[in-house]
Design a protein around this ligand. Structure first.
Ligand SMILES: Cc1cc2nc3c(=O)[nH]c(=O)nc-3n(C[C@H](O)[C@H](O)[C@H](O)COP(=O)(O)OP(=O)(O)OC[C@H]3O[C@@H](n4cnc5c(N)ncnc54)[C@H](O)[C@@H]3O)c2cc1C
Length: 528
C-alpha cells in the first residue's frame, strides 16, 4: 500500500505539540523507530510512512542539527567523483538531482551554473577539464544547459569575484543547490502528515533487546530530563557520525564501520550578486567551492581526518585560513578578505573504512545489520538522500514483513514553483519587506502562505528578524508552533538564515519572545 500525502502545501492535521509527541512516542506501538533526524533518518521515515508503516523518529539534538546542516548545500552529480572513476555514483546522483529539483522540492532545490577556472598552475589541463565536463553532462543526458568553454567576460559577469587573469580558461557546467536543513525539515513534516511521530532533543541512551531482537529504545527528553521508552518492531540507526556509538549499544564488541572527516565552510558578504558558483580544482582531487547562497558567498570546504567526539566539531582559525587561501587561487583578494567573513560552520563526513586519503575516498553509503537486527546507515550524500531512505526503509519493512515503500519520487509538503509562490505572496502580503517574498517562497514553497497568515492580523510579524535581512518574525512564530523549534539556535541556524548571515546575537534577542516558556537555555540542554 502506498499512502498519498495531502495536497502539497496544505497540512491536513494540526501540528502536534511537544507534549503530544512525547505522549504518543511513550505509549503507542510502532513498526519502525528511526534514530537520527538528519537527511538519512528523515528520508527513511518518510519512505516508511508512505508505505503505511507506523513510524517514530527521534533526534538527540535538533532535526538536521549535525551533518545535514553543515554540507556545501549542493545537490550535485559530483564532478569530482568522475575523477575518482565513480561513474555509477555520478549517474545515480544526477538522476536524484533531477528528481529533487523537478518533483520532490522544486522550491528548495534550484539550478546553479558552475565555472571551473583553469590556469597554468591548475592540477588539470583545460582540454582534460572540458572532456570531464562533457562526460559529466552526458551522464545527465545533456539536460542542464550549455557546458564547455566560457568567454572570460561572461565568466566575470556570472561570478564577479573571479580573479581577472588573462592566462585562464573558463569551463562551465551545471548542478543544483539547496538549503539542507530545510530539506530535512520538509521531509520530517511530510512524514508527519503521513502519520509518523518525530521528536527533537530526544536522545537514545539504550536499546531494548528481547530474545536477541531489537524492539525499541530508551530515550531521554533533553529538555525536561524525563526518561521514556519507545517500542518498535524494528529499529534503524541513522545517527551519522555517531553511527558506531549506537551500534555498540546493540553489540558492545562491534568494530568500527566508518571513519570521519571534518569539513568546514565560511559564509562571506559579497558586494555584487553572483549568478554562478566557482569550482577551483586543488591538488589531490580536492576542489574549493565559492557558491552564491541567499545573497551571500559560501566558501569551502576542508577535508581532514577526525577522531574526536563528534559533538565537539567546530570551525577553527586554521580552517578559515585554509579556506580563504584555497579560494584565493581563483578569487580576487578583496573577495576573500577575512573582513568579509560573517559566519562559519563545520560538519563530519562519514566515510567507508579503507582508502588512503579522506579526499580520495568514495562517498559511499555504509549499511550494516547488527546482531539484534538493527539496520545502521551512514555516509552517502545529501543528493541521494531520498533514494537511500527508500532502500533502508525497504530493508527495514521487509524484515518485519510489511508492505514495501514506493521507490518512485513524490513531492514533499510545500513543493512548488517558487516564482509562482513569490508572486502570490506579494499579492497577498503587501506589507512584506522587499526580497522576503522570494526568500520565503524558496524556503517553504506553498507553506510560506501558512507562515505569513498570522501577519495579516499582527503586522509586526512582517518585521525582519534583523534589519535588512529577508527573514521575518512570522518565521520565528511558525518555527516554534509548526516546526518543533525549541531553542533560539533552531530558529536562527536551521529554520531561517539569520545565524549564517552573522546576526546570531541580535537574532537571539529578537526570537526569544517566541520560544516555548519551558525550553532550557541554549547552554543547559545537553544534546549528545
Ligand atoms: C563538509 C561537508 C560537505 C558536504 N557537502 C555535501 C554536498 O554539497 N552535497 C551532498 O550531496 N552531500 C554533501 N555532504 C554529505 C551530506 O551532508 C551527508 O551525507 C548527510 O547530511 C548525512 O546525513 P545523515 O542523516 O546521515 O547524518 P546527520 O545529518 O549527521 O544526522 C545524524 C543525526 O543523528 C542524531 N543522533 C546522534 N546520536 C543520537 C542519539 N543517541 N539519539 C538520537 N539521535 C542521535 C544527531 O543529532 C544527528 O542529527 C557533505 C558533508 C560534509 C561533512
Amino acid at each position: 500500500m502506498s499512502v498519498t500525502p495531502p495536497a502539497p502545501g496544505r497540512p491536513a492535521a494540526a501540528t502536534p505539540t511537544r507534549a503530544e509527541r512525547l505522549e504518543r512516542l511513550a505509549s503507542e506501538p510502532f513498526d519502525l523507530l528511526v534514530i537520527g533526524g538528519g537527511a538519512l533518518g528523515a528520508s527513511t521515515a518518510w519512505a516508511a510512512a508512505r508505505a503505511g508503516a507506523r513510524v517514530a523518529l527521534v533526534d538527540g539534538g535538533d532535526a538536521a542539527g549535525a551533518t545535514s546542516s553543515a554540507s556545501s548545500k549542493l545537490v550535485h552529480g559530483g564532478l569530482r567523483y568522475l575523477g575518482l572513476g565513480d561513474v555509477k555514483l555520478v549517474r545515480e546522483a544526477h538522476r536524484e538531482r533531477r528528481w529533487n529539483a523537478r518533483l520532490v522540492a522544486p522550491h528548495l532545490v534550484r539550478p546553479l551554473q558552475f565555472i571551473l577556472p583553469v590556469g597554468a598552475d591548475s592540477p588539470h589541463r583545460p582540454a582534460e577539464l572540458r572532456l570531464g565536463v562533457f562526460v559529466y553532462a552526458a551522464l545527465s543526458g545533456f539536460r542542464d544547459g550549455r557546458t564547455g568553454r566560457l568567454d572570460p567576460a561572461e565568466a566575470y559577469t556570472l561570478a564577479p569575484g573571479l580573479l581577472r587573469d588573462a592566462g585562464r580558461t573558463y569551463v562551465a557546467y551545471h548542478d543544483h543547490q539547496t538549503d539542507d536543513a530545510r530539506l530535512v525539515l520538509a521531509a520530517l513534516r511530510t512524514a508527519e502528515l503521513l502519520g509518523a511521530v518525530w521528536l527533537n532533543y530526544a536522545r537514545v541512551e539504550g536499546l531494548r533487546i528481547t530474545g536477541g531482537a531489537v524492539g525499541g529504545a530508551d530515550v531521554v527528553d533533553a529538555v525536561s530530563g524525563a526518561r521514556f521508552a519507545i517500542s518498535a518492531r524494528t529499529v534503524v540507526n541513522a545517527t551519522g557520525p555517531w553511527v558506531d556509538h549506537i551500534r555498540r549499544l546493540e553489540d558492545p564488541g562491534a568494530a568500527d564501520s566508518v571513519r570521519l572527516s571534518k569539513g568546514a565552510h565560511l559564509v562571506l558578504d559579497c558586494s555584487e550578486p553572483w549568478h554562478a558558483a566557482v569550482t577551483s580544482p586543488l591538488p589531490e582531487g580536492r576542489v574549493s567551492f565559492a557558491i552564491p547562497w541567499h545573497g551571500l558567498l559560501l566558501l569551502g570546504t576542508t577535508d581532514e581526518p577526525f577522531e574526536g567526539d563528534p559533538a565537539t566539531v567546530r570551525p577553527t582559525e586554521a580552517d578559515q585560513a585554509q579556506i580563504l587561501a584555497e579560494a584565493a587561487t581563483s578569487l580576487a583578494p578583496d573577495v576573500v578578505s577575512p573582513a568579509r567573513v560573517r559566519s562559519a560552520f563545520a560538519g563530519l563526513r562519514v566515510l567507508p573504512l579503507g582508502g588512503t586519503s579522506t579526499a580520495g575516498t568514495r562517498r559511499e553509503t555504509v549499511i550494516t545489520v547488527g546482531k539484534a537486527g538493527m539496520i545502521s546507515v551512514a555516509g552517502g550524500k545529501l543528493t541521494t538522500w531520498r533514494r537511500i531512505g527508500v532502500d533502508v526503509a525497504t530493508r527495514a519493512l521487509a524484515s518485519i514483513q510489511l508492505a514495501l515503500p514506493d521507490a518512485d519520487p513524490a513531492p514533499l509538503v510545500g513543493a512548488a514553483d517558487p516564482d509562482a509562490v513569490t508572486a502570490g505572496l506579494r499579492r497577498l502580503h503587501p506589507g512584506l519587506p522587499e526580497g522576503s517574498a522570494a526568500h520565503l517562497a524558496g524556503l517553504y514553497g506553498t507553506l510560506a502562505y501558512d507562515v505569513l497568515e498570522p501577519a495579516r492580523l499582527e503586522p509586526e510579524l512582517y518585521e525582519p528578524i534583523v534589519p535588512g535581512g529577508p527573514d521575518v518574525l512570522a518565521q520565528a512564530r511558525y518555527a516554534v508552533e509548526q516546526e518543533a523549534a525549541v531553542r533560539a539556535d533552531d530558529i536562527l541556524r536551521r529554520r531561517t538564515t539569520v545565524a549564517l548571515r552573522g546576526f546570531e546575537a541580535e537574532g537571539r534577542e529578537r526570537v526569544s519572545p517566541f520560544l516555548p516558556a519551558r525550553a532550557a537555555s541554549p547552554d543547559d540542554t545537553q544534546v549528545h
